[in-house]
Each structure stands twice: as C-alpha cells, then as structure tokens.
Design a protein around this ligand. Sequence first.
Ligand code: ADP
Length: 408
Amino acid sequence: MEKLLVINCGSSSLKYEVYAMPNKTSLGKGLVERIGSPTGIITQKSDKGVIELNEPLPDHDAAMVLVKKALTDPDKGILKAIDEISGVGHRTVHGGEDYSTSVIIDEDVIEAIKRNTDLAPLHNPANLTGIKAAMEMLPGVPQVAVFDTAFHQTLAPSSYLYGLPRELYTKHKIRRYGFHGTSHRYVSKEAVKLMKRDVENTNVISCHLGNGASITAIRQGKSVETSMGFTPLEGLVMGTRSGDLDPAILLFLLEKGYSAEDINKMINKEGGLLGLSGVSNDMRDIHLAADKGNQDAIEALEVFAHKIRQYIGAYSANMVKVDALIFTGGIGENDIRMREMICHRLENIGIVMDYDRNKANGSKPGIVSKDYSPVTIIVMPTNEELQIATDTYELINEKYKSWVLLKE
Ligand code: ADP
C-alpha cells in the first residue's frame, strides 16, 4: 500500500487529503485556513479523531509545518511518520497550452506554472507556493501537478478560438482554456463505468454545478466543448459570477463611470445567483426564498436552469449523438428540484428524466432517466482529490519508476 498526499493550495487556505493506493481509500483530510495571519487554524478529520489547532501562520511553510504536525499527531494522526508519504499530487489551476495531462513536477514544470501566471494570477502563485512547501517537507518524494485546464487541451480551434483579431491569440494567448477539467474527467469516466459502456463509443455532456459551474461535452473520452473560457467567468450563471455577457455592457459601464475594479467585482463576486436573487449565492437559500414567493429568487432559479438547458442543446447539436447527461457538483449532486427544472423540456432532444427516480436517487451515483430515454441521465458525485491521487499513483508508478530504471 502506498500513501499519497493530495494538496489543493489557495492563497490563504490549504486543503489536503491522504489516500491509500491502489485501493483508493481516503485515510483522512484537513483544511488549513487563514494562512498569512496570526490566527491560523487547522482542522483534520480521520477515523482516529478530529484535530483542531490554532497557531500563527505567517506563510505557507508554517502551514505545512502544521500539516505535518497534525498528520503525525501521536494520538489522532493519520500517519506514524511523514516519510510514509510516497508521492504528492497538487491541484494546479493553469497549465496554459503547455500541458494536456498531469505531470511529474521538475524544474521545467515549475517554469511553465510561472509562465502561465499571467493567465491565473491568483491561483498559479498559490499553487506554486504549495508545491515548494511540500517539496521542502518531503525532499526527494515525487510531486505531481494535476491541471484544471489540461483535460480541455483536446478542444479544436473551432471551439477554443474567439472571434477576435488573431494576434490576440498568437501574442497574448487569448483563447478558451476551460476549467473544472479534473472533475469532468473523473465523473465522465465513472459514468461510463456505471453504464457498463466503452469510452471509445460513448459521448457525454457533463454538468458540474457548484458555486462555480461549467458544462463540458466529452466525445470518446476527450473534451470537445466547455463553457468556461479564457477565465472561469464565461458560461453558466454561477453562485456569484455572471457567466456569459454581451461584452459591450462592460464598455457601457466604463463610460458610465464605473471603474474596472467595480466592474470586476460586479461580474465575479456580486453577480450570478447572488446578484439576481439579492438573497444569497447558496442554492438552498434561494429555494427557500422562492418557496416563500420571492419573485427575484424565482427568476434567479429560472435563469440558472435556462442557461444550462441552452448549453446542453448547443452541445448536443455539435455531437453526432449523446449517450449520457451527467450531473455533479454541490447543486448537480444534491438539488433534486434543480435537476428536474433543467431536464423539464429537454425531452425533445431525447433527454427524458424519470422524476420519481430522480427523487429516490438523491445524491448517490445513479441513473435518473426513463428506461426508454435515448440519453441516460446520471447523477455522479465528483471527487477531484481521488482523481489527483489516481493520476499521482499512476505517474509515479509507471513513468517515474521506469525513468529511474533508465537512469540506472
Ligand atoms: P464549490 O464550487 O465551492 O466547490 P460546491 O460544489 O460545494 O461548490 O456547491 C455549492 C453549491 O451546492 C451551493 O449553491 C449549495 O447551495 C449547493 N448545495 C449543496 N447541497 C445542496 C442541497 N442539498 N440542495 C441544494 N443545493 C445544495
């Protein structure tokens, strides 16, 4: 059994989970919050118990020292010693056009993550900090980068180019990249397994509906369309992000005296379900308000579902056939009513939900369409951490070991 550490490092927080491979069992996970402040917190949960520690956390190195302390706690720790970890997988946001798969991290990979910082100015530096801190904590242990963008590198130019002067692509790399790739890849593979089908002859549309939301069309295991674009702002109406807009609105607002900073806030933090409902970015709160007759909340739900239906229709039009429609993410997995709202009226393109099955299925992996539905509707809980652990395991066992053998 190999124990792998999965790290998802943000600018002020860090999530981690330990997996036992190859049996893919989670041994426990933790969250470090308020990195960069004198009042840092770590919470770790495993079957050994819960650990909660408060310590000043000036930087990510200090956070990693605390992670090591929690992981190896004599009472409630997940590990006896930190050297039980034989590989680390890092969620890494932007691989640009450099990576279409996960990779073992070396100097070139670190340079590429730095090079792509322009494209993900908040995330890539935080991811790099996590990588460096983990390398210091576990010298000599292979580290793997799993990019959010990598899965969508199979998009054709017809899907990734914007209708802009070409030099914006050649000079500034402005194109659709897409995000949530690790989730779409995971749920689509699991859905194909659930249907007992072969990837090679299966096409799916995967809806990842969480606070961030995106839809991806996957033909024979490869991403061919995805709704997030140059940034995660494009596409669906999300928790606080606007999704698709007429770009002229932004110019209009600039002319009206709003600053670029104001507009950025409106479209990223104050838009979406929150902006439309005026209630919350949390779908549960919006349902509650809508049930009490709040018209803005009712419209927010309708806009959310309408946009998703539009994308499903558009993506179906560009696929020869669609075998499955997948729901995942906090809303896709749990919100029975929203799944129903979305599928209502998709019957004309062969997506026929069984409303009783949808209700009975709840949040489990399962099929919620009618037996006669040409497209199988599937609920599939996502697990990006497990996909990262799986990639890490496969890379260090196949490629890393053969590389070591070659060097010897
Ligand atoms: P993130 O993108 O932050 O990872 P999640 O995938 O956790 O987000 O999804 C968060 C969303 O899922 C919120 O809008 C939340 O209201 C919604 N959600 C979670 N559980 C339920 C539920 N039981 N019913 C409806 N919505 C839910």
